[in-house]
Design a protein around this ligand. Structure first.
Ligand SMILES: [Zn+2]
Length: 275
């Protein structure tokens, strides 16, 4: 009986219903051309407002969607809301597998940067030795020279190659490697002080509907190194945007409030000078 009671108690979430209620910095957002018709800019702005999202790290394929977000927020600025625009490396789907060897892409980034408002390059996908190319080095060096942050969806080998091109690079690691073991993530954080982990699709942070104890400890230890993101790479992710933000708010509430606020907002705000 005692044992049964213990099991029952363990099954009840300790802080049922509690959510982190502070601001969110959405550090992984795409506004691709397939989303534009169904989700006009005004609709997105409402969505951000309703979900307490106060800043978005925005990029799009092609870059038109990002420009539209920047321009909308300039024309009718929303107090306390910031668009942090990134240059995407894909003009269309055909660029996905070839961009890292194509000098036209480096040139496109350099031209797009002339608009004067970009804060980074990415998200881009790169794996293993693909990252060793001259084009990738040119892009990493350009980013460092222009104070741009890189947003990389990559494996560990490519991540190390990006930093080898230029140790001054600042990199947001999309999905924190998806499944990279925590001891490996910790080693990389130790080796590269300018590396941040973004947490979309990193489903192992939860065990059931609670934070996994190992992650809870890891977040507390490395509170300054994580960001959350929606990764709206297809329209279904726009449709479920409130659920995605709600998912973060639920597990953030299990962390000490100062840690939750860092991961949800402060790390991104600090990285881009929004404080
Ligand atoms: Zn993405």
């Amino acid at each position: 009986m005692k044992r049964l009671l213990a099991i029952l108690i363990a099954a009840i979430p300790l802080a049922a219903g509690a959510v982190y209620e502070g601001p969110i910095f959405d550090a992984h957002l795409h506004y691709n051309e397939d989303a534009v018709e169904r989700y006009p800019v005004g609709t997105l702005m409402e969505l951000f407002s309703k979900n307490g999202v106060k800043a978005i790290l925005a990029n799009s394929r092609p870059n038109d969607g990002t420009r539209a977000l920047v321009e909308a927020n300039r024309k009718a600025p929303r107090p306390g809301f910031a668009v942090v625009p990134f240059i995407r490396v894909y003009r269309d789907r055909a660029d996905y597998g070839t961009w890292h060897g194509n000098p036209d892409i480096a040139k496109m980034i350099e031209d797009e940067h002339k608009r004067g408002y970009y804060r980074g390059v990415g998200e881009f996908h790169i794996f293993g030795r693909e990252a060793a190319s001259d084009v990738v080095k040119r892009i990493v060096d350009f980013a460092v020279a222009n104070d741009l942050v890189l947003h990389a969806h990559c494996d560990e080998e490519a991540l190390e190659l990006l930093f080898a091109h230029n140790p001054k690079a600042r990199i947001i690691w999309a999905h924190t490697g998806f499944s990279t073991p925590l001891d490996k993530v910790e080693a990389l954080f130790g080796k590269y002080p300018k590396l941040w982990g973004e947490l979309s699709y990193r489903w192992d942070v939860l065990e059931g509907d609670r934070l996994a104890p190992a992650w809870k400890a890891f977040f507390t230890k490395h509170a300054e190194r994580f960001l959350v993101g929606s990764d709206t790479w297809v329209n279904q992710r726009w449709q479920s945007y409130p659920e995605t933000i709600g998912y973060y708010r639920r597990w953030l509430a299990e962390l000490p409030p100062a840690v939750a606020e860092r991961i949800a907002w402060k790390n991104g705000a600090r990285l881009f000078g929004l404080e």
